[in-house]
Design a protein around this ligand. Structure first.
Ligand SMILES: NC(=O)C1=CN([C@@H]2O[C@H](COP(=O)(O)OP(=O)(O)OC[C@H]3O[C@@H](n4cnc5c(N)ncnc54)[C@H](OP(=O)(O)O)[C@@H]3O)[C@@H](O)[C@H]2O)C=CC1
Ligand SMILES: O=C(O)[C@@H]1CCC=N1
Length: 275
């Protein structure tokens, strides 16, 4: 039964990223009976079904049932999975691919040239409804289907539309992979706090609350993050000593190099898969 606000939604591949989106959607009130998922790992799939009350099936069955199909397998298996799925897409559902690097032209070749395809680069904070997604729609995607994609991903975070598809690699470098950078910074701060004598428990609590506080302040403030940083730095004070040390050690260049490596991997992943 069609429901424009909550189309029947299938996930092909139910790993880390699918779990994050499904968990966020169900918490946001998306009816669990309108979500189905498939995965080769049957134990993990059953666990997902138990956790969120969604339905399960094999790839073909969930795709045939769906109005929107989210392709959430690893880039390395996307060609095999999509080619096998093609006979189950005769009803022309909207396809949303979340795979890093796999471009729209390749997806069209594998899925059918006239299929409506939205490329999406989400991130795992979708699980707690603070995700960030970049979206790019191909020319076969109708206005109503763009709205469907935006409603689904917008329910679990913010959404940015990109007209220029190659910018999806930059989105991957900023927000797709970005949560891992912040987790690494938190790991490093916890270790440094422990090294200075705090218990791991105290260092973890102080670090996590500081990360949450800084992000919340940045989100709600009417000044930029550079000004917020300066407001912590008293002249000749403690923060200045730390920031000067980061700058001397080339932290900004470190981020430039890391994020360039990330975007380049996204491009080379696609090339390695023979797109
Ligand atoms: N993790 C993240 O933060 C983000 C991931 N992405 C993208 O999301 C996609 C999934 O990533 P992620 O969730 O991390 O990966 P996972 O490996 O956690 O999930 C993929 C799932 O697909 C299953 N699978 C493999 N082959 C098939 C098949 N033929 N049919 C059905 N299911 C299959 C895998 O099973 P098995 O383990 O048994 O192989 C696995 O459970 C990737 O393309 C990635 O680029 C995008 C943004 C962020
Ligand atoms: O690491 C990866 O390849 C995936 C894509 C973006 C985040 N995780």
């Amino acid at each position: 039964m069609s429901n424009t606000q909550h189309p029947q939604l299938a996930f092909i591949g139910a790993g880390n990223m699918a779990r994050s989106i499904i968990g966020g959607l169900v918490q946001e009130g998306y009816p669990a009976e309108r979500i189905r998922a498939s995965d080769l790992n049957h134990d993990a799939l059953e666990q997902l079904s138990r956790d969120f009350g969604i339905g399960t099936g094999d790839n073909a069955a969930v795709a045939e049932w769906a109005e929107v199909v989210v392709l959430a397998v690893k880039p390395q298996v996307m060609k095999t999975v999509t080619e096998a799925l093609r006979p189950s897409l005769a009803h022309h559902p909207l396809l949303i691919s979340i795979a890093a690097g796999i471009d729209g032209a390749s997806l069209s070749r594998w899925l059918g040239e006239d299929q409506a395809i939205v490329r999406c680069m989400p991130n795992t904070p979708a699980l707690v409804k603070t995700g960030a997604s970049g979206l790019h729609a191909n020319r076969h995607t109708s206005g109503a289907q763009r709205e469907q994609a935006e409603q689904i991903m917008g329910a679990v975070g913010t959404v940015q539309w990109l007209d220029d598809e190659p910018l999806m690699d930059a989105v991957t470098a900023v927000s797709g992979s970005g949560p891992a950078y912040f987790f690494l910074v938190m790991e490093a701060m916890i270790d440094a706090g422990v090294q200075q004598g705090l218990t791991r428990e105290a260092a973890t609590e102080l670090t996590l609350q500081t990360a949450l506080g800084a992000a919340t302040l940045a989100r709600t403030s009417d000044v930029g993050v550079d000004e917020l940083r300066r407001r912590v730095m008293s002249p000749g004070g403690t923060t200045e000593a730390a920031i000067e040390s980061f700058e001397r050690d080339g932290l900004r260049d470190t981020f430039q190099r890391a994020m360039t490596a990330c975007a380049e991997r996204s491009v080379s992943l696609a090339k390695a898969l023979g797109q």
